[in-house]
Design a protein around this ligand. Structure first.
Ligand SMILES: [Zn+2]
Ligand SMILES: [Zn+2]
Length: 75
């Protein structure tokens, strides 16, 4: 029985694999995020985002990240 957990990015809807349940560190931990941005992410999303989204958000100023997270998730 596979314990593989396929996650969907809550921001872009794309599938990705979060390594939070894996023995290895999650790749999302390798993205440098400002503490404030990270807190926004935790408030807005219950799961990790895909690396593409994390990189996009990491590159945004805090105001832009905040505005971005108010957008509804794509269906
Ligand atoms: Zn994404
Ligand atoms: Zn993760």
């Amino acid at each position: 029985m596979s314990a593989d957990t396929r996650d969907r990015c809550p921001r872009c809807g794309g599938s990705f694999h979060c390594g939070a349940q894996d023995p290895a560190p999650c790749p999302c931990g390798t993205i440098d995020l400002y503490a404030d941005t990270l807190q926004l992410l935790r408030e807005r999303y219950t799961t990790c985002l895909c690396l593409t989204c994390l990189r996009e958000i990491a590159a945004m100023p805090l105001d832009a990240a905040r505005a971005d997270m108010k957008k509804p998730a794509p269906s």
